[in-house]
Design a binder for this molecule. Structure first.
Ligand code: SF4
Length: 124
């Protein structure tokens, strides 16, 4: 991946029914990520850890783009997505920044994504 490529951002909303995301306005959040933050693109996925989510992730990772995923706990994400990253020839410890954005307001979640992007930038 070229040094200049911006990461992608995926918001995993846990089917959209998880009360953990009830404090934020999901659509306002993803639109602000797309427009205000240095990402190549941002989008919402309903359930990345389901079988179709896994298939989607395998296709997505073919681009070998680093990715920040907002969703559940980082250790949970690392466990759930380990195989997809490995099978795609990526190093999950370097190519994924998993962040927990549950129980946050839109502003708090934006700040967390912003910090994650900074961390990725500094690790280059
Ligand atoms: S990856 Fe985490 S946030 Fe996404 S659906 Fe699975 S448990 Fe929920």
């Amino acid at each position: 991946m070229s040094e200049n490529e911006k990461p992608g951002f995926i918001m995993c909303v846990c089917t959209g029914k998880c009360p953990g995301f009830s404090k934020m306005d999901i659509w306002d959040f993803i639109n602000r990520v797309r427009i205000e933050l240095p990402v190549e693109y941002g989008f919402i996925h309903p359930q990345l850890c389901e079988e179709d989510g896994d298939r989607f992730l395998m296709d997505f990772l073919k681009a070998h783009r680093k990715v920040v995923i907002g969703g559940c706990a980082p250790n949970m994400q690392t466990k759930l997505f380990r195989d997809a990253f490995k099978d795609s020839g990526l190093d999950i410890s370097k190519d994924l920044v998993p962040i927990d954005v549950r129980d946050m307001t839109t502003d708090q979640a934006i700040e967390k994504v912003s910090a994650a992007l900074l961390k990725l930038e500094e690790s280059k």
